[in-house]
Design a protein around this ligand. Structure first.
Ligand SMILES: Cc1cc2nc3c(=O)[nH]c(=O)nc-3n(C[C@H](O)[C@H](O)[C@H](O)COP(=O)(O)OP(=O)(O)OC[C@H]3O[C@@H](n4cnc5c(N)ncnc54)[C@H](O)[C@@H]3O)c2cc1C
Length: 479
């Protein structure tokens, strides 16, 4: 007889593996199916995030950032290092080690928590059955009282730039370049494009980014987006807005890209091209015929606020469902669903999910931008503070950027926190916690912050909401 589980999770990315661990912690007999195999043919957990996403990109962002800091900025603070050369092979080796440690960690956590790891492709064949096709083609069917689909997403491809073996690549390919491309094109100046463009620009590529939209980072508060654009351009990223790619042609070792902008038809030649135009939900082969799990019009698995699909007992989480395509959003949905299955009350606060772009400086935000709040008809007050007036940022030789708080004009409740600065991805946690606890701007303004710390910029931004920032000359008069 087939094994029976309380929960079977399909996919071991940050959504699926977290759901499985939490379910097992709550005493549920849990299995997690994963089909991803690495270059050595071994099944690996961690999904996109650990294998080709968050973690490897951050390893390369960190190494390339350290290189630029040493090459361009150490002399400013009195450290002379002479000429430096990046060793790409070693950087890639470091990245692989980081992936291996993270991936190995998940397998260890599965063992420690008693999660059964099933290797192969999982398919929901009824509301209570999952068929697993092993890597050898053998099929086995498992019964489950509950099924969680966490099958993730894949990069979007566009007809004008079909991927090739190594000239036109997606984000995964861009983590594998063994040499620094001289001329690198990036289609899409979104989060992933900016991160990967930054990595290779720091290592020596001339990077041109072609972005179809006229507005830079439209989802980001525009005060922060404008500051970011200015800083990234200063670093040498050639970001062309309103540039719509219409075609490409591979000529020998080069790729010629055609695009249109306000001046008409343009052409540009690259040694490598990265296509970073977004990701789409991946559900291929996950749903058997007649199971009844509905997709929405964009191909995401349709779920309610509690990640319940249209079939009772079947849940879906992470990138394969609506909402932000982020690892921590997937993980929190995994926790919520496991709690619900175990009979607990669980909710997710979708208004307090942080987003981060790991450029230098980093861009991080949570909640509403000023533009979003205004277009929703909310009267707002805002406070901003530049890191150039923050003692610790100056001591860190990282004075770029600003922190901004958007608050409800009537209630003072914080609606959004927006930061561009060194370590903004760490600082934003304060905004998330403040919003999670329903804080007002005054709550933050009345909080005592450690000195000197870059966090003090958030404090000052909160004080600035009512015009009382201490370290800013042009503050309003206290009422
Ligand atoms: C370059 C890059 C950088 C990124 N950086 C960040 C970042 O800094 N921060 C952040 O929050 N997010 C980042 N992301 C996004 C993040 O990786 C995703 O949001 C996250 O991985 C989604 O988690 P998930 O569990 O929903 O899906 P995935 O991580 O995609 O995992 C899905 C898993 O399901 C498996 N699977 C699919 N179908 C089946 C099946 N039928 N049977 C068995 N297994 C199956 C897949 O093999 C995969 O392992 C980045 C993405 C990329 C590409």
């Amino acid at each position: 007889m087939a094994d029976k589980f309380d929960v079977i999770v399909i996919g071991a990315g940050p959504g699926g593996y977290v759901a499985a661990i939490r379910a097992a912690q709550l005493g549920l007999k849990t299995a997690c199916v994963e089909k991803w195999v690495n270059k050595e043919g071994k099944t690996v957990h961690g999904g996109t995030c650990l294998n080709v996403g968050c973690i490897p990109s951050k390893a390369l962002l960190e190494t390339s950032h350290k290189f630029v800091e040493a090459r361009d900025h150490y002399d400013e603070i009195g450290i002379e290092v002479g000429e430096l050369t990046p060793n790409i092979a070693k950087m890639l080796e470091f990245k692989e080690k980081v992936i291996a440690k993270n991936v190995g960690g998940i397998s260890a956590l599965f063992k420690a928590n008693g999660v059964t790891a099933l290797e192969g492709t999982g398919k929901v064949i009824s509301s209570k059955q999952v068929e697993v096709t092993g890597h050898d083609g053998e099929k086995a069917t498992y019964d489950a009282d509950n099924i969680v689909i966490a099958s993730g997403s894949v990069p979007v491809e566009i007809p004008p730039t079909p991927l090739t073996d190594n000239l036109i690549v997606d984000s995964s390919g861009a983590l594998e370049f063994t040499e620094v491309p001289k001329r690198l094109g990036v289609i899409g100046a979104g989060v992933i494009g900016l991160e990967l463009g930054s990595v290779w620009s720091r290592l020596g590529s001339e990077v041109t980014m072609l972005e179809a939209m006229d507005t830079f980072l439209p989802v980001v508060d525009q005060a922060v987006a404008k500051e970011t654009l200015k800083l990234l351009k200063k670093q040498g990223l050639d970001i062309k807005l309103g540039a719509r790619v219409t075609g490409s042609e591979v000529k020998g070792n080069e790729v010629v890209v055609k695009y249109t902008d306000s001046k008409g038809e343009q052409e540009v030649t690259f040694d490598k091209l990265i296509v970073c135009v977004g990701r789409r939900p991946y559900t291929q082969g996950v749903l058997g015929d007649d199971v009844g799990v509905k997709l929405d019009e964009r191909g995401f698995i349709f779920v309610d606020d509690h990640c319940r699909t249209s079939v009772p007992g079947v849940y879906a989480i992470g990138d394969c469902v609506r909402g932000l395509m982020l690892a921590h959003k997937a993980s929190e949905e995994g926790v919520m669903v496991a709690d619900i299955i175990a009979g607990h009350k669980a909710e997710m606060n979708y208004d307090a999910i942080p987003s981060v772009i790991y450029t230098a400086p980093e861009v991080a935000w949570v909640g509403m931008t000023e533009e979003e709040a205004k277009s929703a008809g909310i009267e707002v007050k805002t406070g901003s503070f530049p890191f150039s007036a923050n003692g610790r940022a100056l001591a860190n030789n990282a004075p770029d950027g600003l922190a901004k708080i958007v608050a409800d004009a009537e209630t003072d409740r914080i609606l959004g926190v927006h930061i561009v600065s060194q370590h903004a991805g760490e600082l934003i946690a304060q905004g998330v916690i403040a919003m999670e606890f329903g804080s007002s701007a005054e709550d933050l303004a009345l909080t005592c912050y450690a000195h000197p710390s870059t966090s003090e910029a958030i404090h000052e931004a909160a004080l600035a909401v009512d015009g009382h920032a201490i370290h800013m000359a042009n503050r309003k008069k206290r009422k």
